[in-house]
Design a protein around this ligand. Structure first.
Ligand code: ADP
Ligand code: MG
Length: 220
């Protein structure tokens, strides 16, 4: 798919929400070991809200859709991780404006690549995490790097590359000592386990990729 429109992205986000809800117990078990145990329920609540309210509306542009999605995560998840995962959607929204500042109804690889790069920059600015601090940013930055290396024009493949990159970031967090958020209190036990927020980030890319795959299959 060279161009993704609002309906396709909405379908992909719905699939993503279902995947995150499905992963609740995995994320809870992991955050129970390396953190305070609330990451699975936080993500579940945020993505349930996203699917049950934000995705039930219709949107005139991709800009409006990602903005509403981020707002529903910030509102429901609360705390630092609500802002962080909300910013994953809100922080890159300007990628869905054209040069004249008009909100785009559909977009291709350049806009999607720029969307995630701007999201990562915005998260780094807000949360003050640096690479190798063992956060979701380690997955997101690997995803951005993988998407930068993709030279084709298929958005679904771009997201697949992002997913693979995010998974490499997840693997890398296993060897990192926590320095940010509450996980910093779990410095020694965390080694060998991946960062929960990094895992969620990889699930988001997986969900978007698989969700677009499904919407393409449904066209035939
Ligand atoms: P909390 O840390 O408040 O318990 P969660 O358990 O829901 O919130 O989320 C924890 C995840 O948030 C971590 O695994 C990490 O990936 C991410 N995180 C924490 N602090 C930051 C930060 N400053 N920047 C980016 N991500 C962060
Ligand atoms: Mg937690």
């Amino acid at each position: 798919m060279k161009e993704i429109d609002v309906i396709s992205l909405q379908a992909a986000l719905l699939h993503t929400s279902r995947l995150i809800v499905e992963k609740e117990s995995f994320l809870t078990q992991l955050d129970n070991i390396v953190g305070d145990g609330d990451h699975g329920t936080g993500m579940r609540d945020g993505f349930l809200e996203l699917s049950q309210t934000a995705l039930q509306e219709s949107y005139a542009s991709l800009y409006d859709l990602v903005y509403a999605s981020g707002v529903s995560l910030v509102k429901t998840m609360g705390g630092a991780s609500g802002v962080i995962f909300g910013t994953l959607f809100i922080g890159g929204r300007n990628a869905f404006l054209d040069e004249a500042g008009t909100k785009l109804q559909s977009a291709g690889v350049c806009a999607f690549r720029s969307f995630f790069r701007q999201s990562a920059e915005s998260i780094a600015k807000r949360g003050r995490a640096k690479p190798n601090d063992r956060t979701m940013l380690d997955a997101l930055l690997h995803a951005v790097e993988a998407m930068d290396a993709y030279t084709g024009d298929d958005v679904q493949t771009l997201l697949y590359e992002g997913w693979q990159g995010a998974q490499r970031g997840v693997e890398a967090t296993k060897q990192m000592l926590p320095r940010m958020g509450r996980t910093k209190n779990f410095r020694d036990v965390a080694l060998g386990y991946p960062d929960p927020g990094a895992c969620s980030t990889a699930f988001i890319f997986q969900g978007l990729y698989e969700g677009l795959q499904n919407s393409e299959e449904n066209e035939f």
